[in-house]
Design a protein around this ligand. Structure first.
Ligand SMILES: O=c1ccn([C@H]2C[C@H](O)[C@@H](COP(=O)(O)OP(=O)(O)OP(=O)(O)O)O2)c(=O)[nH]1
Length: 147
């Protein structure tokens, strides 16, 4: 059975978060909003909350990319280029699986992204593992939690 979807994290339950949506029948990406208004200065990276978490099958991940319009017109990119949301990040004990965006302003002017503005997109993706793979660690958080 395919299992995948989005939920609001408990700390943003009262924040009127819209769950990610695809806009056309064949859009690959689920558009993801900023959960707070942020201003990012030129050359600055800000960690921006989305208020959401994603669940999926064990052999899948959610690939996060910037929306083209935000990158090309607003000069905002992901500091990590592509965000990888692992399936075991969901409901982790540290932050419940809250998806965070590391947004980098590569332009020359400050950019304000409003709460509810669709800035990124998530694409559910399957991955393969090597024959001799025996990884059995348990994820407790994100963004550097394993080192
Ligand atoms: O843009 C991102 C990238 C990652 N994550 C979360 C989900 C992911 O499952 C977790 C770990 O990400 P990754 O493995 O890419 O980062 P890492 O620096 O290797 O951290 P870790 O040691 O926690 O694996 O952090 C986000 O919320 N946003």
């Amino acid at each position: 059975m395919d299992i995948r979807g989005f939920e609001v994290v408990s700390s943003f339950e009262d924040a009127q978060i819209n769950l990610p949506q695809r806009t056309t029948a064949e859009s690959a990406g689920y558009d993801i909003e900023c959960a707070e208004t942020v201003t990012i200065n030129p050359g600055e990276v800000k960690i921006v909350p989305t208020g959401i978490k994603a669940f999926m099958a064990y052999n899948e991940f959610l690939a996060i990319h910037i929306r083209s319009s935000i990158g090309i017109k607003r000069h905002i990119m992901l500091a990590n280029c592509t965000g990888i949301i692992d399936s075991d990040y969901y409901n982790n004990e540290d932050n419940e699986g809250h998806i965070l965006l590391g947004l980098y302003n590569l332009g020359t002017e400050a950019v304000t992204l409003e709460k509810g503005e669709r800035v990124a997109q998530g694409i559910f993706t399957k991955y393969l593992v090597a024959n001799d793979d025996e990884a059995n660690g348990i994820r407790r958080g994100g963004i550097g939690s394993t080192n």
